[in-house]
Design a protein around this ligand. Structure first.
Ligand SMILES: [Cu+2]
Length: 258
């Protein structure tokens, strides 16, 4: 009786620390190891879907092990990206990680707003119950524009990023955008207050496509809609951001090639 009771309590605790409540597709597994750091009897491993990090939206994953090689999934974990540019430092938009009980990985995301270089490099500080693991990161410039920093007509700075899908296909696709406001060098709160107008075009052939669905806010900075690719090739997703009836950002775009 006593044993059954303590198991129930333990299970409740595990699920509280590790609940399945994240926006990522099941295919995003973080199967590529980036680096591993051991300190204070904990080994933290950083993973990504693609080992080459690029500007824009990157899913990042952390797994934790104790000295006996047991997975740890009940500690609070948070991400803090930082770029040291010498005379100043700044962070970037982040989605704080949640533990996926299937993979035991803490899954989050970072939008890198610029590529790193020798003089100004990115790092990811991962806080594990207050203990900071610092991972130096190489971030390359993405060849296609899939994120941008825009100054709005309200004089605020906004970051818009395309959340990479598993795979684009001909026809109707799910579209997910992540939108944040920059309020300081270190703070980028998600902004759920926009109406988004989406106009896809094919620059090489000068045509658009019908039956697209404007992305609408689903919370935590995410906007979900549909995009209709009537053929393969190069597509430009023109975006207009409207708030309280006023156009705040016009001329933003994301480029796709498939
Ligand atoms: Cu920078």
């Amino acid at each position: 009786m006593n044993r059954i009771f303590s198991c129930a309590v333990l299970c409740a605790l595990i699920f509280a620390a590790c609940k399945k409540d994240n926006p990522y597709p099941a295919e995003a597994t973080g199967g590529k190891k980036i680096a591993e750091i051991s300190q204070n009897n904990v080994t933290a491993t950083l993973w990504a879907d693609d080992p080459t990090l690029q500007t824009g939206y990157n899913r990042l994953y952390v797994s934790l092990k104790d000295m006996r090689d047991n997975e740890i999934s009940n500690l609070p974990v948070s991400f803090f990206p930082l770029m040291d540019m010498g005379d100043m430092k700044h962070s970037s938009p982040v989605e704080q990680p949640l533990c996926n009980p299937q993979t035991k990985k803490y899954e989050g995301a970072v939008v890198f707003t610029m590529p790193g270089s020798g003089m100004s490099a990115w790092q990811l500080d991962v806080s594990v119950d207050g203990d900071i693991f610092t991972f130096p990161l190489a971030v390359n410039a993405r060849t296609l524009q899939q994120s941008g920093v825009y100054v709005g007509t309200d004089a605020q700075k906004y970051i818009i990023a395309l959340v990479p899908p598993r795979k684009w296909q001909m026809g109707l696709n799910d579209l997910d955008l992540f939108i944040c406001r920059q309020t300081s060098m270190m703070e980028f709160p998600a902004d759920d207050g926009f109406t988004v107008e989406l106009t896809p075009e094919m620059p090489s052939m000068e045509h658009g496509s019908p039956n697209n669905v404007n992305p609408v806010s689903v919370g935590k900075g995410h906007y979900k809609g549909k995009i209709n690719y009537t053929m393969t090739g190069d597509w430009r997703l023109q975006l207009k951001l409207i708030k309280n009836g006023a156009v705040i950002v016009d001329g933003a775009y994301m480029d796709v090639l498939f």
